[in-house]
Design a protein around this ligand. Structure first.
Ligand code: HEC
Length: 177
């Protein structure tokens, strides 16, 4: 049972980190059924980021300069066609502001569940197309595209929240550099 061994690793890591974060539970965004990761691709299951996320619900790729280019590329390959280059929405809804059809997407555990298990219609499950690690990368870019008040960006650490500037489409970012 692959799932079992992942659970053992995750539990071990959770103990190591102490009780600061509860081990997250994952539920299908539409029907609320529990998700497990038996169907996940073999590759990318045991990266540091995946282990940390399964234990704490914290995505260490958020605002991590070392992976932002990869995060952007993953989003642009897998998501922007439906959600727009800036997450502003196309055939899929806007995902760059604080309004969510499914409020669980306000948390990274909820967002991960939406990617892994899908939602309705065109928003199919991603477990066959992205590794667990790539889902965390795509999520980091979705969060980077956030245009809302940084204080509502609960997925960031308090330090990151202080420094986070809401994303400005239309080349505003280039003007700064
Ligand atoms: C083929 C088109 C398509 C692709 C590709 C796609 N989505 Fe979606 N997505 C949709 C549609 C349509 C919905 C609305 C589904 C619903 O309301 O149940 C949606 C819903 C969502 C939601 C829920 C939004 C809310 O308001 O709660 C999130 C989050 C999301 N997508 C993220 C992503 C990410 C990240 C990717 C890339 C890994 C992606 N999607 C790829 C079409 C797509």
């Amino acid at each position: 049972m692959r799932h079992l061994s992942l659970a053992v690793i995750v539990t071990g890591l959770g103990l190591g980190l102490g009780a600061a974060f509860a081990q997250p539970q994952f539920y299908n965004t539409v029907d609320g059924s529990p998700l497990n990761f038996d169907d996940a691709m073999e590759e990318g299951r045991d990266t540091e980021a995946v282990k940390e996320f399964m234990a704490t619900g914290v995505n260490i790729y958020n605002e991590n300069p070392e992976v932002m280019a990869q995060a952007e590329e993953t989003y642009n390959t897998m998501c922007s066609g439906c959600h727009g280059h800036y997450g502003e929405g196309k055939i899929g809804p806007g995902i760059n502001d604080s309004y969510w059809t499914y409020p669980q997407n306000e948390t990274d555990v909820g967002l991960f569940s939406t990617l892994y298990g899908g939602a309705s219609g065109q928003m199919g499950p991603m477990w066959g197309s992205l590794t667990l690690d790539e889902m965390l990368l795509a999520m980091a870019w979705v969060r980077h595209l956030y245009t809302g008040d940084p204080q509502t960006a609960t997925w960031l650490t308090p330090e990151q929240r202080e420094n986070f500037a809401p994303f400005k489409p239309q080349g505003a970012e280039e003007d700064q550099s």
